[in-house]
Design a protein around this ligand. Structure first.
Ligand code: HSE
Length: 440
């Protein structure tokens, strides 16, 4: 039997501790499956004294991740600290430069430095595996990087942040406020260290940038993502969506268009009868539309210690099973030299349906004026609804909701600006894009 695969793990938080426990509890099973044992030989974490539920005897502690990555006698460096900067960045670079394989769950790191790290990995014959970086336990990286080779992908989209999906689901089902739901997600260990990364959409954007590169064969371009989080979504929007046959999800979408590739993260109305609308709580879902296979939808646990550890473990097992001299799978599915530059499609040219909620003064001509501005911008309406007054007071604002047929972002922005200019709006208009699965 081959020698044991030696792991150095940096970061023993929720994911790292889950991983270490599983590796030790299932050592025999993994040895049989991989044809060699997998042993943790080096670790580093902020607190050396804490009991994390696994046996640390015989494991060498390092004071820093950089020292571990540069000096430890290991085959694989497992980076589970997170963050785009050092020590994650410096230690991953140090390990790859030594030709040591890297397994990481760090989406922020890959979004910021993925192309460069892939280059270093390739130059040194090392693997850079990161299944856990996107959609937790769902094997979407393997699907795009390996299984769909030969397909041309036209769109990839999904629910990739468990915290946001948990909040939106709980708000709808239990009628609870945003803050209460966020606190519960934090308590359950789903949220990022800074939850603004979840609710403002950055976490989804990091993940989307990785999928875009894999799906379209382009260099990572995380700075070119259009970004809107869920902090503006009210219970009123959630209820209005349901009445009109939609549900609100935070989606990340990357799509090939005539003018380039769109990358966008924003609250999105999806048809209530679509599969993605049924994805609840911390569950994630990723849809990939491609020419040979057609539509693939993967649904599964997207956050939390065990879900993420499962994906990390799969990456480690892949390395354990590979044999010396075997060809490495390139980090982004193709040699770095053949990644194309990312060509961005502007948001103004985005085409799709829109939900527009307006709070307006209750006076004659407002309804007609709104309809006129839509028509002036060539926007065709699927539905227009005016809510009956909630109280019997003549000067209460009225709510008007429009759902458009396919139009452009440019037309919608112009029409809404015209409506705003009329002076009858009370508060800011709410605009939410509609995304339709291919089949619906
Ligand atoms: N904060 C992330 C989420 C964790 O809520 O999905 C997984 O990346």
């Amino acid at each position: 039997m081959a020698d044991a695969l030696k792991l150095g793990i940096a970061g023993l938080g929720t994911v790292g501790a889950s991983l270490a426990r599983i590796l030790q509890d299932r050592r025999d099973m993994l040895t049989t499956t991989c044809g060699r044992a997998i042993d943790i030989t080096a670790i580093t974490a902020r607190d050396q004294s804490r009991d994390r539920g696994f046996d640390v005897s015989g494991i060498t502690w390092f004071d820093t991740a950089d020292a571990l990555a540069a000096n430890a006698d290991i085959d694989v460096y497992v980076e589970l600290m997170g963050g785009a900067g050092d020590p994650a960045y410096s230690s991953v670079k140090a390990a790859l430069s030594r030709g040591i394989h890297v397994v990481t769950a760090n989406k922020a790191l890959l979004a910021a430095h993925g192309t460069e790290l892939a280059e270093i990995a390739e130059a040194n014959g090392a693997l850079l595996n990161y299944e856990a970086a996107v959609a937790g336990g769902i094997p979407v990286i393997k699907a795009l990087r390996e299984s769909l080779t030969g397909n041309t992908v036209s769109r990839v989209y999904g629910i990739m942040n468990g915290t946001c999906n948990y909040i939106l689901t709980k708000m709808e089902k239990e009628g609870l406020g945003f803050e209460t739901c966020l606190k519960e997600a934090q308590r359950l260990g789903y949220a990022e260290v800074d939850p603004a990364f979840d609710i403002e959409g950055n976490d989804t954007a990091h993940k989307l940038s990785i999928l875009t590169s894999l799906a379209f064969g382009t260099a990572i371009a995380a700075d070119d993502i259009y970004l809107e989080g869920i902090t503006n979504i009210s219970i009123q929007d959630i209820h209005a969506a349901a009445e009109l046959g939609y549900r609100i999800k935070l989606l990340g979408v990357a799509q090939r268009t005539e003018s380039g590739i769109e990358q966008r993260v924003h609250p999105t109305m999806v048809p209530l009868d679509s599969v993605i609308a049924q994805v609840e709580g911390v569950t994630n879902a990723v849809a990939i539309e491609s020419d040979v296979l057609g539509e693939l939808l993967m649904v599964g646990p997207g956050a939390g210690g065990n879900a993420t550890a499962s994906a990390v473990l799969g990456d480690i097992a892949d390395i354990a099973k590979s044999r010396p001299g075997a060809q490495n799978v390139p980090a982004f599915g193709r040699p770095v030299a053949s990644l194309a530059p990312y060509q961005q499609a502007t948001m103004q040219s985005h085409e799709g349906g829109y939900f527009i909620r307006l709070s307006v003064e209750d006076r004659a001509g407002v309804f007609a004026s709104i309809a006129t501005h839509m028509a002036q911008n060539h926007i065709s309406l699927e539905s227009i609804v005016q809510r009956a007054r909630q109280h019997d007071a003549a000067n209460e604002p009225q709510t008007i909701i429009l759902v458009t047929h396919a139009t452009t972002e440019d037309s919608v922005r112009k029409a809404v600006a015209m409506v705003k200019g009329e002076g009858y709006l009370v508060g800011e208009p709410q605009v939410i894009r509609i995304e339709r699965p291919k089949a619906s």
